[in-house]
Every structure is written in C-alpha cells, then in structure tokens.
Design a protein around this ligand. Structure first.
Ligand code: SF4
Length: 250
C-alpha cells in the first residue's frame, strides 16, 4: 500500500479511532470490521493468499512495506507538529522501558494470567483422543466445538492483556496520571471479558464431559480467582467504555 492510499484510508470518517486497542482481535467474529482501520488495511494488503502465509516471503515484504509507510507518515506528522523524534527515545529510555517490561512480566497477576495459557495447553494435550470422542458423542457437538474454539482463542490473549494492563498501570502511576477511565482499565476490561467467555466455555465442556469434571472445575475456579484479582487491581475496568463496542448508559 503506498503512502497516499494509506493516508486516504486513515482520513476516512467511517473508522472509529482506536477501536482495535480494546477488541479481542477475533476479526472473523467482529461486528465492526467496516469501522476498523486495522481490518481494512489487512484486507487490502493481505487479500492474496500468499501474503497471508507467515512462512511466505510475500507476507514479510508486505508487512515491512506497511511499517515503512507508517513510519514515513509518523515523520511527516512529527515535522508538522515540530516534534523531534530523534530525541524522544534515548538509550536510557530504552533501558528503562526494558526494565518496566521485566517488572510487569514479574508481577504476580501477569504470571498467574500467563500460567493459565500453559494450563490450557497441557489440558488439551492430555486429552486429545478423549476430546475427539466427546465431540462425536455430543449430539449438539457445535456447542462443544465452539467452546474449544473460545478457550483456545483466549488462552494466551488473557495473559497478554493482563500484562498490558499492568504495564500501563505502572506507567500511569509513575507519571501521576489520573485520567479516568485509563487505558490500563481498557486493557483490563478486555481481559475480563475474555475470562468471562472462557469460564462459560469451560462450563459447556463440563456439561458434556463428566470424566474431566474435576479438572474443568479447577480451570473455572482459577479463572474466577484471576477475574477477582483483576477487578481488585482495576476497580474501574468494568465501567470502561470501549469505542465501538460499549454504549454509554444515558
Ligand atoms: S476491532 Fe474488530 S476488526 Fe478490528 S482488529 Fe479488532 S476484532 Fe478485528
């Protein structure tokens, strides 16, 4: 995509600013694809199957082309607003950023959220045959397959969003920002939604698969405690209004 096309696309009024910051990245199921700039760029750039394959050179060429054009646009904007990009990130800042990322990764909440991803991986690996059997036996197998899909979609997403929320909260506290609701609340809200949906999906599995009731119950109670911990750390998260997805109550 050339810069002019990218510029034109960015200026289109139909896009909701920042909608992709608080979504679950499940574009196939998203009701707002026509209002998402991210989606439109991917559609235009990656419509060719070759360019969708991560193992294919065409994919990386496309991606690097988009980054280059986006960087040029950023430089143009910086020039317009008289911002010197060179002085924004010194080596010192980069080191500080790395430290902050490390602190966030080590945060108890982040470690717990990430460990859920591994728990799910192990759970599925240990039950490959059994799950296939259960899907065949279950008459309303669609629900069960749907439940597997939901759990696996959010398995790592929860850890990533909780980490983003914690990282954001650390920064907000450091900068003394008291903006309400904050960006970290938005990330925490998306994590909470993913946890809620995962709990419902585990409940569907427990309905069909009685052999694994205990392990499924463990997953649900782990997620439930994680959800409580996220809510305690981010008490305003549930009331965060995600652009394009939540409504403001009159
Ligand atoms: S807002 Fe919807 S279309 Fe855009 S990136 Fe998120 S899930 Fe995909």
């Amino acid at each position: 995509m050339n810069r002019d096309r990218l510029k034109k696309l960015v200026e289109e009024k139909r896009f909701i600013p920042g909608i992709y910051n608080y979504c679950d990245r499940w574009c196939e199921r998203c009701p707002q694809t026509s209002r998402c700039l991210n989606f439109s760029i991917s559609e235009e750039e990656f419509s060719d199957p070759e360019a969708q394959d991560i193992r294919n050179e065409a994919f990386w060429n496309k991606l690097s082309g988009i980054f280059e054009e986006a960087l040029e646009l950023l430089k143009e904007a910086a020039q317009k607003w008289e911002i010197d990009l060179e002085t924004l990130s010194s080596m010192d800042d980069i080191e500080k950023m790395k430290e902050k990322n490390k602190d966030a990764d080590n945060h108890l909440l982040c470690r717990a959220a990430k460990s859920y991803g591994k728990m799910v991986k192990d759970w599925f690996r240990e039950r490959e045959g059994l799950l296939l059997e259960t899907t065949v036996v279950a008459k309303e197998g669609v629900d069960l397959e749907e439940a597997f899909e939901v759990i696996q979609w959010y398995q790592y997403f929860i850890g990533a969003k909780v980490t983003r929320a914690i990282r954001g909260k650390m920064e907000e506290e450091e900068e003394g920002a008291d903006e309400y609701p904050s960006d970290s609340d938005g990330s925490a809200k998306v994590a909470l939604i993913a946890i809620d949906r995962s709990i419902s999906a585990w409940a569907v599995i427990s309905h069909y698969n009685h052999h694994d009731a205990e392990s499924v119950f463990k997953m649900i109670s782990f997620l439930d405690r994680l959800s409580q911990a996220v809510e305690e750390t981010f008490p305003h998260a549930r009331s965060f209004i995600r652009p394009g997805f939540d409504r403001i109550d009159p």
